[in-house]
Design a protein around this ligand. Sequence first.
Ligand code: PMP
Length: 413
Amino acid sequence: MAATLTSPELNIAALREQFPILHQRVHGRPLVYLDNAATSQKPQRVIDALVGYYEGYNANIHRGIHTLAEQATKAFEDTRIALRDFIHAAATEEIIFTRGVTESINLVASSFGRAFVKAGDEIIVSGLEHHSNIVPWQMMCALHGAILKVIPVREDGTLDLQAYESLLCRRTRLVAVNHASNSLGTINPIAHMISLAHQAGAYVLIDGAQSGPHLDIDVQALDCDFYCLSAHKMYGPTGTGILYGKRALLDSMPPYMGGGEMIRDVSFERTTYNELPYKFEAGTPNIADVVAFREAIMFIRELGKGDIRRHEDRLLKYARQRLDVIPRVKLVGVAPEKVSVQSFTIEGMHPFDVGQLLDARGIAVRTGHHCTQPLMDALGIVGTIRASFAVYNTLEEVDALAEGIEKAVALIS
Ligand code: PMP
């Protein structure tokens, strides 16, 4: 067994007390939740905010003049302010609430596509992308006659930046890459990649689904044109997230969906649209979850991303040490800069079977292609077993994982 439930920075035992779901048994054993890249668990304060909204001030926002509507509107807009500060955006108008990263990317593919993309233009994605940062661009390319180009991935899970440079040209309209890979954990050198794209005259969208809970994000320093986050990967509720976009760019894009809230005036002859950010927020939004999202942001801010990262790095390093010495185990994704995600395969065992064996021991990991089928194809594998760590995970849980894998391997040795 490794060290105790503490880390030099954080009191992990006290932290775990804030997460009611962690204190349960699965198949008679303490739950070991290592599927955080799929979705993280939620602290009590997030759950309380959700319930508090429905118990105390549920009302539709923005148009009401009664007290509950004003309370709900303020709570909703307070989350926008928290997010503006969290990613260092210049203005709240640049923060658009969506259902999450998938919807944010689809919004850009649809709206930016209609405004800026024409036949023969090129869109660059990387070989590390999640399907939600591939398929919307394929759909957009098919609609406008544009061409999708792909930055190849190297053996260690890093991007081939030389190949990237040679793909960039005056036809490149947009580069869409993730800040960190969900399958391998690779942190991409996005500041450099954004600067190269801008030199070529292209816009850049960053998929921040996997960076949100781990890395500092400063959209102004990065100078990215779009940045996407999902609340549910960041200790927040499901069903909400944001699209950040530079104000001038968002202003020059047409609305994504039509409906209430996104309009200024409607007649059968002519409709004019609302100002930012409401132009992109048609219909009643997911008010309760947006309100609770603020508590998740505060949770991360109060802990501090520096301390979160140091703790998670320790978990990642320890997991790699323990797994690397188990016969038949091959680590997949060993880039020097990673978030706390470790994929691996076991020679002679299908990832699904390993996942089931671990589940029987109360250990939750994700198995399969992780919505990155092109990456798995490039690596020549069907999928991986992926352990992904959050701030509440412990070295003891890494031990439980390693023991589970040792037992699995013993079955076929
Ligand atoms: N991009 C990456 C890198 C992801 O990990 C995910 C979620 N697995 C997504 C996009 C899609 O996010 P969501 O399902 O929250 O829309």
